[in-house]
Design a protein. Structure first.
Length: 287
């Protein structure tokens, strides 16, 4: 049976089965013995080979005591795991919208992101994220979950095991989010992050005028053994683009932003200037 092409769906499916096997403390061979199968059948299923029936998958998931929501998710992925490009409707609209993103960021060798209106999610402090979530508006419990998931994502990505390059528009730093103390904390956090050797932060100045990133925010993820993908997030859906012609258009945007953005030294100076301006404005407001 031929292997499915490596896709976002297929990798999530295989990783989830492996995680369930680990949680059950079972090897492929042990699970196969309990089901009366050849070990190769479990291996083929985990590695995405065609031919496994819904009934066989359901038997394995039942053996692994798969929670109902995860059971439904994997059964839904089963037939579509070979399909490239994935639009994920958000349903209720929150709370953990980035499972697939986190799993791919974990195996990425490099990430390049662009954020036009707010500080990029990987660089946000919790209070900043909290006020963004409340502005949607979200119920308080959902907002707390958004903050928790954002912190988990940051901890996983900003660990030095991959290069991260973030472009932001100057306006993203000037948009007031929360009170003056929240903005001061966020801007100083950007300065602290900017000296990490694996992380590059560069700003596109307002004075530049129109720029290549006007179509909106995105992240481009690079891997050692699989093709690049692009992640887009909207209010109604998350989108993963795998078609390399489409991915190439976003690479072109990044190349343009690279030519027009301030360098790292200039970026730190602009952040420092904005901090000074914010402090003066806050002092005037208090007088």
């Amino acid at each position: 049976m031929p292997l499915r092409r490596s896709t976002v769906r297929g990798r999530e499916f295989g990783d989830a089965i492996r995680a369930l096997l680990r949680a059950a403390d079972l090897t492929n061979r042990a699970a196969a013995d309990l089901l009366g199968w050849q070990e190769a059948k479990v291996s083929e299923l985990v590695n995405g080979k065609e031919g496994t029936t819904d009934v066989e998958l359901a038997k394995l998931l039942g053996l692994l005591r798969t929670p109902p929501a995860e059971f439904d998710h994997l059964m839904g992925l089963h037939h579509d795991a070979h399909i490239r490009d994935w639009l994920q409707p958000n349903g209720s609209g929150v709370p953990d919208r980035v499972r697939t993103l986190r799993e791919h960021e974990r195996i990425a060798s490099g990430i390049a992101g662009w954020s036009m209106n707010v500080v990029h999610g990987l660089l946000q402090v919790p209070d900043y994220t909290w006020h963004l979530a409340l502005a949607k508006p979200l119920p308080e419990l959902d907002a707390r979950l958004v903050v928790e998931n954002r912190v988990i994502r940051q901890t996983s990505v900003l660990d030095g095991n991959r290069t991260v390059q973030i472009y932001m528009h100057e306006q993203a730093l000037r948009l007031p989010v929360g009170d003056a103390s929240v903005m001061a904390e966020q801007l100083h956090h950007l300065l602290r992050l900017s000296v990490r050797p694996y992380l590059t932060i560069r700003l596109v100045p307002t004075a530049l005028g129109p720029h290549a990133g006007l179509a909106g925010d995105f992240d481009l993820l690079k891997f050692k053994k699989i093709p690049e993908i692009v992640y887009l997030e909207s209010e109604g859906a998350n989108v993963f683009l795998e078609d390399q012609a489409s991915v190439g258009r976003y690479e072109t945007v990044l190349k343009s932003l690279d030519r027009t953005a301030l360098d790292e030294v200039e970026t730190r100076k602009l952040i420092t200037d904005i901090i000074g301006e914010e402090a003066r404005d806050d002092q005037v407001a208090q007088e």
